[in-house]
Design a protein around this ligand. Structure first.
Ligand SMILES: [Zn+2]
Length: 54
């Protein structure tokens, strides 16, 4: 499972990840220009963080 989040929603993404998977995720900052069009899972802002298990 993987979630994407902007700066505003990163804590919410972490909370939801833990609630759904019962494990703590690895938080990765998205820096690749290719990912600029990736949107936050909670709003329309560009995602800044990837919340996942790798
Ligand atoms: Zn957001």
């Amino acid at each position: 499972m993987e979630m994407k989040s902007c700066q505003t929603h990163v804590e919410r993404a972490l909370d939801e990840y833990v609630a759904k998977t019962e494990s703590y995720p690895i938080l990765t900052k998205i820096e690749n220009d290719e990912n600029l069009s990736t949107k936050c899972d909670f709003c329309e802002e560009p995602a800044m963080y990837l919340v996942g298990n790798k």
